[in-house]
Write a protein that binds this ligand. Structure first.
Ligand SMILES: NC(=O)c1ccc[n+]([C@@H]2O[C@H](COP(=O)([O-])OP(=O)(O)OC[C@H]3O[C@@H](n4cnc5c(N)ncnc54)[C@H](O)[C@@H]3O)[C@@H](O)[C@H]2O)c1
Length: 437
């Protein structure tokens, strides 16, 4: 880790490579182009709209984050990626139906120029998809070589100086980490042996890390959340992060649960159900992909409420998460939560949350922030798991001996203090005793 003097400048272009160019990815690309064209504002993005306080509260010094740390600028971003469908970003965004025609028409030319490369895809890992735009490499090792060539070609053709890869592809079937993921030597052997525990997302991630490209994971897939990939990232001096963008319902959960716990209010039950009708919803309708998502969504309360410390308040909680595919809703998901809480002397109360949200509208700013921060971390010489980016993930990666931090308020404090630390500024503890001395 270095101070500000050691952060290389964000010179030249930054390539953003996205395996999976569906609803989220195309909403990011179209959104960035629309913002550049003055057609909208980057709402929801901390890097574009957030400020950071420096020094004492009496000093009134809160610059924009974008002006405080040396981030790549929107004009310097170049998008690319892979998909199992050959549609360019304009066609894919139109199919996804997230953004209105007026917005898409305004940036059509830029979107048309983003054409996906052929995907590394295997239906065994995403059962509800069938695409023709896939690589025909004879085995997993050859797929790695093909993705590495794609990365090199993209870099040369687009004249980019740096790259970040972010998985915006579908949720793969549930995989448990096993011994082939335990170190790099075993992982490489397994890729060469075409092992079943190597999912397509791992092929992209391995190729990216070998090419010196930081990797982030927006889905709950295992991907880089295994010791072998962490080892590779450390060896290559590359930041990694995951898993699963923290958007709709889980965002609400990590806002509400710390509040209830801070007041020592008990929780007896938390029932969460979702209806959504986009392609993600269709993929998650398969129990094998749903299992991956379910595990990612369930952990949150367990870690925030700490039932092992607060047995009487949270020791007996019933937590259930359902996702139902309901085509009429498209990307406009509805997430209901029924929360059974209890207070003074055990008296029961209820909270109902009905979040009529838009999945990709919530996810797009997270993708932008994550790639900009990962690129910053790379230039600052930070490698391996970037715990300060937990703010963006449902199931944040953490060191094996640590529990992940899910509380969004602690996550934000950690993120901002990391930025202060990187720039050699004093950390803010919120003690504030000095104002009263
Ligand atoms: N939108 C959100 O709020 C949100 C939140 C958390 C996580 N996610 C995750 O982000 C991912 C993307 O979501 P989305 O709504 O854009 O889904 P989507 O179905 O619209 O897009 C995913 C794309 O990935 C492609 N794909 C699948 N496997 C691939 C492979 N091996 N290589 C290349 N492309 C591949 C699919 O063809 C599809 O176009 C999903 O895994 C989803 O679970 C989304």
């Amino acid at each position: 880790m270095s101070d500000s003097k050691n952060i290389a400048a964000a010179e030249g272009k930054l390539g953003i490579l996205m395996p999976g160019m569906g609803a989220v990815a195309t909403t990011v690309i179209a959104g960035v182009e629309a913002i550049k064209a003055g057609l909208g504002k980057p709402i929801g993005s901390l890097t574009q709209m957030g400020t950071i306080r420096l020094g004492k509260r009496t000093e009134s010094n809160s610059p924009l984050i974008n002006e405080f740390v040396p981030l790549a600028q929107l004009d310097d971003l170049v998008f690319g990626g892979w998909d199992v469908f050959p549609d360019d970003a304009f066609e894919a965004a139109t199919h996804a139906g997230v953004l209105e025609k007026g917005v898409l028409d305004g940036v059509e030319e830029r979107l048309r120029s983003v054409k996906p490369m052929k995907a590394v895809f295997d239906r065994d890992y995403v059962r509800r998809l069938e695409g023709s735009h896939v690589k025909s490499g004879k085995d997993k090792w050859n797929m790695v070589l093909e993705v590495r060539e794609d990365i090199q070609r993209f870099k040369a053709e687009n004249n980019v100086d740096r790259l970040v890869m972010i998985w915006c592809g579908s949720t793969e079937i549930y995989l448990e980490p096993n011994e082939i993921h335990s170190d790099l030597e075993r992982l490489e052997k397994a890729i060469k042996e075409n092992h079943r525990s190597i999912a397509p997302s791992m092929i992209y991630a391995y190729a990216a890390l070998k090419e010196g490209v930081p990797f982030l994971n927006g889905a709950p897939n295992l991907t880089v959340d295994v010791p072998a990939m962490v080892q590779l990232a450390k060896e290559q001096g590359l930041p990694i992060g995951g898993k699963d963008f923290k958007t709709g319902q889980t965002l609400m959960k990590t806002i509400l649960a710390p509040g209830l716990k801070s007041r020592m209010l008990g929780v007896r039950g938390w029932f969460s159900t979702n209806i959504l009708g986009n392609r993600d919803g269709e993929v998650l309708d398969d129990p094998y992909s749903f299992k991956t998502k379910e595990v990612s969504k369930l952990d949150v309360l367990e870690y925030i409420l700490q039932p092992e410390l607060y047995q009487e308040l949270y020791g007996d909680i019933y937590h259930k998460v359902r996702i139902n595919y309901y085509p009429p809703r498209g990307d406009e998901k509805e997430g209901w939560d029924n929360i059974d809480i209890f207070g003074w002397l055990g008296y029961p109360m209820q909270i109902k949350v009905d979040f009529l949200c838009r999945d990709s509208i919530l996810a797009a700013p997270l993708v932008l922030d994550l790639v900009l921060f990962a690129d910053l971390a790379h230039r600052a010489g930070m490698s391996g798991i970037q715990e300060w980016l937990s703010f963006y993930f449902k199931s944040p990666q953490a060191a094996p001996e640590l529990y992940p931090e899910h509380d969004i308020f602690i996550q934000l404090m950690k993120l901002k203090n990391t930025l202060r630390f990187m720039m050699g500024e004093e950390l803010i503890t919120h003690l504030g005793q000095e104002y009263y001395d």
